[in-house]
Design a protein around this ligand. Structure first.
Ligand SMILES: [Zn+2]
Length: 243
């Protein structure tokens, strides 16, 4: 099994309880803590068997409380299930904040980090979980089997962020948009052809290619203006020479 602790997180282990079997982690569920505490570690230690795999503070700091292969009890039937004699489960991440409101940009970045890392290291598919006992990434209220007392967790604004930001990002990661022809920029024979090719890449390339194409276009514009200014100055000098 790959690493059981994410890299760069604050480790605050909560001992495995009698009700926490080992699992094969196949996905992640995101929650809202309805708390502004900087950590949920002490709360979970006293909670009598309720806990999450980790916690994401508003500033993006990630605390991890359990190795990824130990069940945590935060999402009903999504905590773990047995299929063909193996126990699978979903890791759970609480996030700092109250019921309503959005995840901060730093929390969104940390959610993407967790998803990307789990995809690369555990092979979790970059998709919404298609069912309550299936691999993927989701949020607490996505299935009633995960959310038996019908909480609104993680709140409507964050659900909107999940569908509006996280899901499109997962799609983009799974099927990166084909970069329009960079070679056409590099091989262009005329200034016009180079500009046309750079404009294509600037409008629908990967974010790195877009940035480079934008840089090229503004450099070419500046260069063009400088050449015009040079020509005007030379013309003025020629006029003076003839006087
Ligand atoms: Zn929740």
């Amino acid at each position: 099994m790959p690493e059981l602790w994410l890299p760069g997180v604050v480790k605050k282990p909560i001992p495995q309880g009698a009700n926490d079997p080992l699992i094969i982690p196949v996905g992640d569920v995101f929650h809202i803590a309805v708390s502004e505490a900087a950590s949920l570690h002490d709360f979970f230690e006293r909670s009598g068997g309720i806990e999450s795999t980790g916690y994401i503070r508003r500033d993006g700091t990630i605390e991890q409380y359990r190795p990824l292969n130990v069940e945590c009890d935060a999402q009903g039937d999504g905590n773990s299930w047995v299929r063909d004699g193996k126990r699978y489960g979903l890791n759970s991440w609480e996030t700092q904040g109250m019921g309503e409101g959005e995840w901060t940009p730093q929390q969104i970045a940390s959610i993407k980090f967790i998803i990307g890392w789990k995809h690369r290291n555990y092979g979790t598919p970059l998709r919404l979980n298609p069912g309550p006992n299936a691999s993927g990434f989701g949020y607490h209220r996505m299935f009633k089997q995960w959310n038996k007392n019908a909480h609104s967790c993680p709140g409507s604004d964050r659900v909107q962020q999940f569908h509006g930001v996280i899901v499109p990002w997962m799609k983009e990661q799974a099927h990166p948009a084909k970069t329009p022809n960079i070679t056409a920029i590099l091989r262009a024979k005329t200034r016009e052809a180079r500009i046309a090719a750079a404009q294509k890449v600037a409008s629908r390339g990967s974010s790195e290619a877009k940035a480079a194409a934008h840089d090229l276009l503004s450099a070419m514009t500046a260069l063009h203006r400088a050449e015009q200014a040079r020509d005007a100055a030379l013309a003025a000098l020629r006029k003076l020479e003839r006087k």
